[in-house]
Design a protein around this ligand. Sequence first.
Ligand code: C5P
Length: 312
Amino acid sequence: MTSAHSDPSPVTVRVPAKVNLELLVGPPREDGFHTLSTVYQAVNLHDDVTVALDDDWTCSVTGPYADAVPTDSTNLAMRAARLLADEIGVDTPVHVSIAKSIPVAGGMAGGSADAAATLVACDRLWGLALSTEELEEYAAELGSDVPFLIRGGTAVGSGRGERLAPVLARGSYHWVFAISDIGLPTPEVYAECDRLRDRAKAKAVQPEPNSELMVALRSGDPHVLAPQLTNDLQEAAISLRPELGEVLASGMEFGALGGVVSGSGPTVAFLVEDVESAIDLTVALTATGAAREVRKAIGPVHGAHVIPARVD
Ligand code: C5P
């Protein structure tokens, strides 16, 4: 074991949420995961994760979603800190404090984002100076979309979502997210997808990225991108939470260019033309009461990065 050295001041990392512009789900693999072809975009709904040297491995969570997040060793951020310490041979415990603003169990990778942020923060705190590639390798051990939250921007994910390739994307996109009350566990949504396919006798094919989506991203035009938004988990999410179908229909009726369930849901993502349309849609969706909370965001944004320390 090597002991930690270097800067002992706490390190704060800001990390974005993600939306899947395309999520194509192939057949289940032997390990239970599904082969994916997905296009991720990082959006500016952020968690801030601070790590500080401490006597023991501990975790705390603040913010509107704090009650829904465990603070024991099952917290993915805690697992990230312990994994990195074990792999590198660091024996200096940390306190991880998460200022949570990304919806929990919403299909926006909130837990994965905290794990990504913790890896980046511990790397700095412990003075490890790991490369992004090395951090992404540890990230992949923690979850399929953790590497993307380190990288950010817009990227294609393959394998189970952890193998990343960059995408040439122009411009900024305006999003409105309708956040539901009840979380939807990711494994249940994948299982429902398999069940619906079995019932329809539909054979899952090996997914390939859609070239029209790549062309749309190069155009930088939300009108071109909107019709390309796709999610193979959407039907399964709606089957488990039929009210999501109504949220999608309302968003389109109120002027969204496109709408899609985000990841495994239940958050619904709407692409809009500009900031004014985002405000209008936010007001209209809020008034229906169909979603617990409606939030605007812009993508793409950077992945997990160190910011000046928070003053609480
Ligand atoms: O990798 P992650 O921990 O985010 O995955 C959570 C769950 O989602 C997995 O346990 C699995 O049930 C499902 N999943 C899957 N195929 C993927 C990614 C996730 O079946 N490619």
